[in-house]
Write a protein that binds this ligand. Structure first.
Ligand SMILES: Nc1nc2c(c(=O)[nH]1)N[C@H]1C(S)=C(S)[C@@H](COP(=O)(O)OP(=O)(O)OC[C@H]3O[C@@H](n4cnc5c(=O)[nH]c(N)nc54)[C@H](O)[C@@H]3O)O[C@H]1N2
Ligand SMILES: Nc1nc2c(c(=O)[nH]1)N[C@H]1C(S)=C(S)[C@@H](COP(=O)(O)OP(=O)(O)OC[C@H]3O[C@@H](n4cnc5c(=O)[nH]c(N)nc54)[C@H](O)[C@@H]3O)O[C@H]1N2
Ligand SMILES: [Mo]
Length: 768
């Protein structure tokens, strides 16, 4: 039979972008109330599409003391009690999505070539169901074929051991990975000899980690959930909790009952921040919902640094700062006082887009509050000046002494359910020497001291060197900025490996050889040779607790993430000369991994005992616990930056790329964005009606978007204009469709995070 031999360029023709939608979206009025009955119905209907009975059974186990941790987000649960159904619409969707009855099995992969699959949408790909068997894509093939686990591990070990340099291996991590699997993952990378451990954090809260480490000596927030009920004022900046952290709305709603005021700062009036009905409280479901924010500030995209400088100006001018706290616990106040006094009101209002009257009125409320919590997420972290912006937010908190005091503090709200834990247990391309020394003492691994690559640097490394890229979860192709650059990087690899639960676009854009290794999800029973195991995770407030799945695995051929790391390590051990690690012993009983974590990492004493207690335990947090700041000066630092913002020139727009209500990062559940009143479309540009008019465009018109960076243009075709209440010259699109417009080199200072919320674009009518 004639056999087609493909040249490598044929594989390169596989389209790395989400295919275009042909029909315009439908529009209704944005919703004024979040959750309530529509939320419950939406989560049920998603379960119906998937596996109703199993999903409902699963939901009753989510976030209970002996259940599994919700894979939806990193928002914590109450320490002392957990209501019967402590879940939300989008957590329910995440669980139902994992529990689907559908299977992307070997027959599926032999029927569909990667070329054909690339013509299908992200939503379609995800709907094929759970991966069931390890699959391999060989250089001359357009189809994945089944491979045994042993052969897959041998292939990885072969390619890794044949690299000319250990630093041509890249070990990526997405934030659902448990502490145990993540610790083992970094152990494997460092035992092999590299710190190349980029992770989703690099695209997410890296700016928070960098800024807070410099300002307060720890890269995490300083509040507990109980602080919300003690706060007088809660400021929520650059965050859409109604969609992305729905359980946070219950906390805000409770805080309001206890007397707190809430200010929301966002270019968009996000529905959850307006009114909220608790999806599990029958009386709430009937009523008209609780008001969440008392004040909404429609700041310009990237205007927050200037806005916070304005607030500081008001606090300083009214002399209502906490002199005692500043004297005892901070450094750099005099310089800050000077720069705040020098900052011009015109600059503040121009950059922020907020009037002086509004800033003064809110500044007075802020001055008076005795306990303020500030929360933020991606609207703050994904800009060029994100680190400086976060330090300005901290400056304001320091003025009021709002750290280490009940009801006050700093709260970067994490995304992926264990992204914070992964970092704590060593997923870090820039490990500190204290950690490396401790790792060496306890495991004998002589870890390299050189920093490894982050996500952006990983793309550059893969473009330059024929590397091996192994991904513990996630969807690097679609999550990263500059899709075409990321695609060319992945294509240049010798081998790409995706350890995944569901099909995604990173399975289609691959290295010369590629593997898909299917793993257990959070909801599933993890049985080793010794017993059923549980894993542990850390939430956004530093609580480490257990998580144990209760469903039968989607396929008998799945392996746990821990078993997969072990399989790779054992195959590699035969080929390379390294110190002995007892991988078998670690992976057969996760208590052994936890014991090793407690010897290597501070704060995990008695890990195995404490984590078996209901609710788990808090990791130490020196600023919160004892006003101890592990900074250069030993005090919390005021940073004095000149204010700035990204501004679009005439005829240009500043674009932010955001999530719809029907997606989990790159996993697209559906084409609706219920709260914003959008149905049946994702390729849309939210635009101010006056901008539409002034630019001679029309509602629902099809347009092309071009981004401009250092003289280079990138164009994405066929988007529909949707009129929306958004500041002038600001536009919004959904990620991941718009990622091809974000230049690889457009990154945040110091944190190197892609500027996903600050992209300069022009918008033109589509030619046809
Ligand atoms: N259902 C669901 N839950 C999720 C996720 C998901 O995709 N789906 N993703 C998870 C992950 S990994 C993360 S990191 C979080 C993300 O949670 P969010 O940060 O809430 O996610 P985004 O959609 O990126 O929303 C950014 C918000 O910031 C606003 N914004 C954008 N630019 C600016 C700005 O310059 N200033 C201000 N003040 N606001 C701005 C936008 O209008 C939007 O409301 O959610 C987690 N939870
Ligand atoms: N333009 C733009 N780009 C962005 C952002 C943005 O706001 N705008 N946000 C950024 C942010 S905040 C983040 S966190 C990144 C997200 O980047 P990633 O974490 O890389 O992407 P996800 O979409 O969360 O990954 C989804 C895939 O993970 C796999 N998966 C799901 N559960 C499991 C599991 O339990 N184990 C394993 N091994 N695999 C699993 C599934 O196969 C699924 O297809 O994207 C970033 N990219
Ligand atoms: Mo994230």
């Amino acid at each position: 039979m004639y056999k087609l031999v493909l040249s490598s360029s044929m594989r390169e023709q596989v389209n790395e972008l989400t295919p275009l939608e042909k029909l315009p979206p439908r529009l209704t009025k944005p919703k004024s109330v979040a959750a309530g009955i529509p939320g419950v119905l939406a989560s049920l209907s998603h379960s119906m599409d998937n596996n109703f009975i199993s999903s409902i059974f699963n939901l009753s186990k989510v976030n209970r003391f002996h259940g599994f941790d919700c894979p939806g987000c990193a928002w914590p649960d109450p320490d002392t009690h957990r209501s019967r159904f402590e879940f939300c619409e989008n957590g329910a969707k995440a669980v139902a999505d994992e529990r689907t009855r559908l299977r992307a099995n070997p027959e599926f992969w032999s029927k569909w070539s990667i070329d054909d699959l690339s013509k299908k949408s992200d939503n379609w790909l995800n709907k094929r169901g759970r991966l069931t068997h390890p699959m391999v894509l060989m250089p001359n093939s357009m189809n994945y074929n089944e491979i045994s686990w042993e052969a897959a591990f041998e292939l990885i070990a072969d390619e890794l051991s044949n690299l000319s340099e250990v630093n041509e291996a890249i070990f990526y991590t997405s934030g659902r990975t448990s502490n145990e699997a993540a610790f083992l993952w970094q152990l494997l990378a460092r035992w092999f000899g590299t710190n190349n451990l980029p992770d989703c954090s690099n695209m997410c809260h890296e700016s928070s980690g960098v800024a807070l480490s410099e300002s307060i000596g720890i890269g995490k927030g300083t509040v507990k959930l109980e602080d919300f009920n003690k706060a007088e004022l809660i400021i929520v900046i650059g965050q859409n909790p109604g969609t992305n952290h729905p359980r946070m709305l219950s906390a805000l709603s409770d805080a309001k009952k206890s007397g707190a005021s809430v200010i929301s700062i966002n270019p968009l009036k996000e529905t959850g921040m307006i009114r909220f009905k608790h999806p599990q409280k029958p009386l709430d479901l009937l009523g008209s919902g609780r008001n969440i924010s008392d004040e909404h500030v429609s700041v310009n995209i990237n205007g927050d640094m200037a806005l916070f400088r304005g607030f500081s100006k008001v606090v300083i001018e009214s002399e209502s700062f906490d002199k005692e706290f500043i004297k005892m616990h901070t450094n750099g106040f005099d310089n800050y006082l000077d720069i705040v006094r020098r900052t011009d009101w015109d600059d503040i209002t121009n950059h922020s887009g907020v009037s002086m009257e509004d800033i003064k009125r809110l500044g007075e409320i802020i001055s008076k509050s005795k306990s303020t919590i500030v929360c933020w997420a991606m609207g703050i972290t994904q800009h060029k000046n994100s680190v400086a912006t976060i330090q300005e937010i901290v400056n304001l908190q320091l003025l009021g002494g709002h750290i280490g005091r009940p009801g006050a503090g700093i709260c970067p709200v994490r995304g992926h359910s264990n992204v914070q834990g992964d970092r704590t247990v060593g997923i870090n391309h820039k490990p500190n020497s204290h950690f490396l020394n401790s790792l060496e003492e306890n495991t004998g691994i002589k870890a390299p001291l050189d920093h490894g690559v982050d996500a952006v640097e990983a793309v550059k490394l893969m473009q330059e060197k024929k590397s091996v890229f192994i991904s513990m979860g996630g969807n690097f192709l679609s999550a990263m900025s500059d899709t075409k650059a990321t695609a060319s990087a992945l294509r240049n690899c010798k081998l790409t490996v995706q350890i995944s639960t569901k099909p995604n676009r990173s399975h289609l854009v691959t290295g010369n050889k590629a593997l898909i290794l299917p793993c257990l999800g959070r909801t599933e029973i993890d049985q080793t040779s010794e017993r059923i195991q549980f894993v542990t995770v850390e939430n956004s407030m530093g609580v480490v607790h257990s998580s144990q799945g209760n469903s039968n695995p989607a396929s008998g051929s799945l392996k746990s993430e821990v078993a997969i790391v072990t399989g790779i390590a054992l195959a590699l051990e035969k080929r390379i000369n390294r110190n002995k690690i007892n991988w078998q012993n670690l992976s057969s009983n996760y208590d052994n991994i936890r014991d090793l974590i407690s010897s290597c990492i501070d704060g995990f004493d008695n890990y195995n005992t404490l984590v078996r207690k209901n609710g788990g335990f808090y990791l130490p947090n020196p600023p919160r616990d004892s006003l101890t700041f592990n900074t250069k000066s030993g005090k919390a630092e005021f940073f004095s930056h000149e204010i700035n913002s990204k501004k679009a020139n005439k005829n240009e727009f500043l674009m932010m790329t955001i999530r719809s209500h029907d997606q989990y990062n790159t996993t697209i559940y559906g084409l609706n964005d219920r709260y914003r009143g959008i149905s049946n479309g994702r390729r849309i540009v939210f635009m101010n009606p006056s901008d539409i008019k002034e630019n001679n465009l029309a509602d629902f018109q099809m347009v092309d978007i071009t981004s401009h960076f250092r003289g280079k243009k990138r164009t994405s075709y066929k988007w529909f204009i949707v009129p929306y209440e958004i500041p002038r010259n600001n536009v919004a699109t959904y990620f991941p469709e718009s990622n091809s417009l974000i230049p690889l080199d457009s990154v945040a200072d110091k944190s190197n995070t892609p500027t996903s919320k600050s992209v300069i674009v022009t918008i033109n009518k589509s030619e046809n």
